[in-house]
Design a protein around this ligand. Sequence first.
Ligand code: TUI
Length: 315
Amino acid sequence: MIKTPICDLLGIEYPVFQGGMAWIADASLAAAVSNGGGLGIISAMNANGEWLRGQIREAKKLTDKPFGVNIMLMSPFADEVAKVVVEEGVPVVTTGAGNPAKYMPAWLEAGIKVIPVIPSTGIAKRVARAGAAAVIAEGGESGGHIGELTTMALVPQVCDAVDIPVIAAGGIADGRGFAAAIMLGAVGVQMGTRFLVAHECNVHPNYKKKILEAGDIDTASTGRRLGHPVRSLKTPFTREYMKKEYDPNVSNEELEGLGAGALRKAAVEGDEKAGCFLAGQIASMVTKEQPAAEIITDVCTQAEEILKGACKWVR
Ligand code: TUI
């Protein structure tokens, strides 16, 4: 059994978080992960406060375990959803795609444990000073909006930079990744792509199929020109986007317009041509659909065996 300080801090059994995937991480997935002993997370994505309130109430019906909400700070509804998590008494908030400083006093006042996703030591130090309970150090192997550093380089540097618990994310799909994260100084992991194929995940079946069929070099990052690179599966959409991204005759506005609605098209409609299927570099390691609880126990059991045997090369 792997027990780390993050388990006691959050009241969870296993130090495994489920990534707050936009258009994917709903009450059903979050509750299943929390019921399985991990930390389930509802994505507030670009939705409004009332949608999020409905999801939080649904999750409370499905689980009596702690769960979190991920707030994507670039959302036009960030102010609104930041209030809803307080009103609904959500115990944990994770943030992405920006600095949550503006919301932190109100969240801390409400007793919320704030755990920002961070791509560098500078931002890690800033959020730690502002009262973050822990940070999720996410490397560029992950799906979605990514920073510059890899998980291997980022996690130990963040561990050295802050004295709050560090959760590793990006490129982790199984117990080997979990064990490696522990070796780098992390006290837990967050996985997105692996949970995307969970039985309780309501994403479109085409999305699951594409993850299960993906190979090792089937993801790419796009959007660097607009300042927010995003990793997704290579599809007709990404190929078109890449062509336009490198075309000086295409304006930034046109490029922005091309991306609008593409996540929804992938996750809700399963549109294999126009959809943007966010996925991490480990997609090819995700080979079977399973209940969320089984994913957690498989990953933890494998990590435990590896960590127990980790001294076999030491003389
Ligand atoms: O946020 C994510 N992953 C995401 S968000 C998303 S939706 C989206 N839509 C349009 C454009 C971009 C994204 C899909 N996937 N992961 C966490 C993450 N946070 N990655 C990088 C960051 C980050 C970046 C800058 C966190 C803090 C930050 O701070 C900059 C500052 O303002 O100091």
